[in-house]
Design a protein around this ligand. Structure first.
Ligand code: FBP
Length: 355
């Protein structure tokens, strides 16, 4: 029986084949398909670098002569942050699908140079998410978001990237853990691909990921509890009371401190992830970045039947005001995100009532 006969076990679907089938179905055009392939290829190179760890001399802080190198976020850059950024910049510089790029590691966006063919898309990325886990061999990842370049704009500036999450035409992350996985949406469901290291290509392993509506698992950095707003204190306080409390069921907690790993768990088995506003990061508007962390993760989660909010507003409708803008984040199982939002709305309307 030849492998082409319909009775044979279905042959593995590579990322290339999946995207080609999406194109034939009219759900994606050739340019965006090829752009995603370029990003996926860059993630493979990053996966190899991360996988080498100390053997590749890539652990530890970037910078020289004892001077740490600090990024626009005011954070010390890791060698792998810088290397991953370079890999993504280089891979996308000559592909011809982009008009400009923006990264967590760069102050401003970078238009594609005149010397290279330009395309109609804008790419934003967090080259290596979960920096605090890089040197301790815990899963880290790359997060990316794709927008259209506004018509008539050939040399985009930061302002052209400031589009709401609903304008994303594609979003994804690649997680570098026990296996390397690429999770992707082009607005028609969320799908996961596992890197087959033997053939060097991403293979579809979960088509149409679906987040359970309800959950008993929450992810938050509890050490920040004393800095949280009142509604967040009340929300988590009730979770921790379990079945004896107003929620009437026990909740378990997980916190990897790599957003990619925490969100991947939620896309796989449900849960709620939150990085709320707290008095430590209030002046900045939050800890996590809207354009290349919250927005792409929110599109992936919504496309898998979940929900994503700032606690007070649907994440994807937030009007961006800055490339590195930060926001409070609640995402995951729909009913649980709605519960967390309810605590904030009830608190705010009480405050207004009292006011
Ligand atoms: P970067 O590593 O890209 O700066 O991302 C921020 C992040 O590491 C998220 O991945 C993670 O969810 C969060 O910060 C962890 O925060 P904390 O160190 O407070 O637990």
């Amino acid at each position: 029986m030849s492998s082409l006969s319909p009775q044979a076990s279905p042959s593995p679907v590579s990322l290339t084949r999946h995207l080609l089938e999406e194109q034939r179905a009219g759900r994606i055009n050739a340019d965006l398909r090829l752009l995603i392939e370029v990003v996926a290829r860059a993630c493979k190179s990053i996966s190899i670098a991360v996988g080498k760890g100390a053997l590749g001399g890539v652990l530890g802080d970037a910078g020289s002569d004892g001077e740490a190198s600090i990024n626009v976020q005011g954070e010390a850059q890791k060698k792998l942050d810088v290397l991953s950024n370079e890999i993504l910049m280089e891979a996308n510089a000559w592909g011809g699908h982009l008009a400009g790029l923006a990264s967590e590691e760069m102050d401003h966006s970078v238009p594609i140079s005149d010397a290279q063919p330009r395309g109609n898309y804008l790419l934003l990325f967090d080259p290596l998410d979960g920096s605090s886990n890089i040197d301790v061999n815990i899963s880290v990842g790359t997060i990316f978001s794709v927008l259209r370049c506004p018509d008539g704009v050939t040399t985009p500036g930061d302002e052209h990237f400031l589009q709401p999450g609903t304008a994303q035409v594609a979003a994804g992350y690649c997680t570098y853990g026990p296996s390397t996985m690429l999770v992707l949406t082009i607005g028609h469901g969320t799908h996961a691909f596992t890197l087959d290291r033997e053939i060097g290509s991403f293979v579809l392993t979960q088509r149409g990921m679906t987040i359970p509506e309800e959950t008993r698992e929450f992810a938050v950095n509890m050490s920040n509890q004393r800095f949280w707003e009142a509604p967040m204190q009340a929300y988590v306080g009730d979770l921790l009371q379990g079945r004896e409390g107003p929620r009437g069921k026990d909740f378990n907690m997980r916190w990897v401190a790599s957003m990619v790993a925490d969100v991947h768990r939620i896309l796989t088995r449900g849960g709620i992830f939150s990085y709320p506003l707290d008095s430590k990061c209030a002046a900045k508007g939050g800890k996590l970045r809207l354009m290349y962390e919250a927005n792409p993760m929110s599109l992936l989660v919504e496309q898998a039947g979940g929900a994503a909010s700032t606690g007070r507003q649907r994440m994807l409708e937030v009007r961006p005001t800055g490339l590195h803008q930060r926001v409070p984040v609640f995402l995951g199982s729909r009913a649980e995100v709605e519960a967390a939002v309810r605590y904030h709305h009830e608190h705010d309307s009480q405050e207004q009532g009292d006011g």
